[in-house]
Design a protein around this ligand. Sequence first.
Ligand code: ATP
Length: 378
Amino acid sequence: MVSSYFKSLLLDLGINKERIEILEGKGGIVEDEFEGIRYLRFKDSVANLRRGTVLFDFHNIILGFPHIKRVVQLENGVKRVFKRKPFYVEEKVDGYNVRVAQIEGRVFAFTRGGFICPFTTERIEDFVNMEFFKDYPNLVLCGEMAGPESPYLVEGPPYVKEDIKFFLFDIQEKRTGKSLPVKERVKIAEEYGIPSVEIFGIYDISKINDLRELIENLREQRREGIVMKSFDMKRIIKYVTPYANINDIRIGARVFFELPHGYFMQRIKRLGFYLSEKKIRDAEFEKYATALGKALLEPFVESIWDVSGGEEIAEVFTVRVKHIETAYKMVSHFERLGLKIHIEEIEEMPNDYWRISFKRVYPEATREILELWNGHAF
Ligand code: ATP
């Protein structure tokens, strides 16, 4: 149930009564609570409030992080989007999206879906200078949390060797969700020492070969890709390396039955465009074909073996927290996301942190494999 406080707030924001009722009825808006603070989370977009928006009061509205369009043909994509205009090229860091904002004097980290993440909220002060929020209470830091010890992803970028790190890539205004121009964001990040994604430089279509070379370097270094941004942040596109496409398939194939088939098809499609744009043939083509086949089949076949041998499909991941309670809060958070995750191990670290291992089980995938293995006809 959405309380009358949030309903009247929505009316004040220009959303009419019927719209609010329909939204509530289909679960498009959900009221939530975190450590005594209530907020409204948008599962659907409404008017100019994007999906993932979080609402506290009339001033504290954290807009959902916008979708970034993807190009699969680099040269034509760049031409079409930027014409002859220059744009910034940044690293697309492989992690999970967070928006960080100060509400009533406390700093919270929000997930893409608009939940307050207990883990990221606890750890964010390890990475971001909190002075920033004293000076700019009206701004939201958007960034990627990435590293091997992540509560949401099984792998991180190769250069984060342990734990997890924050990488800023956008600063937006509360209420409007408007991004600061790249230059201003970079200046603020420097001033407050906020760690940011790597900026590879300013490119335009005449430098397409340099851009291609950059992609090849990133591929070799097992990095995910790039995000290209106009100076004013009005035009933004992303492009990922063939490494990331194949690696995602490898990671996904372990839990083949948990993912929609589109997950695999989309990545195969991107790889197809890469191979054609680069005119990759013969031995080099064979290499990619083998890598793709292996990425798709090896983990999948292994998981079938595991299940037929009596095991359950599961993943174990580890994170560092300052308070054990944060680990328990994460368990409730995962439950609300519909995930089956429990704490496997708690270990005290020498530096006042706790190392928590979680185990995520995949009952559906396990059941489906078992049925098929046992000869079910379908
Ligand atoms: P989308 O909603 O854009 O389709 P998605 O959830 O499918 O996104 P991705 O395809 O991985 O995610 O790409 C978009 C995400 O990339 C952003 O939401 C952001 O979290 C992440 N990202 C990493 N580095 C950057 C960067 N430099 N600039 C913008 N976003 C970045």
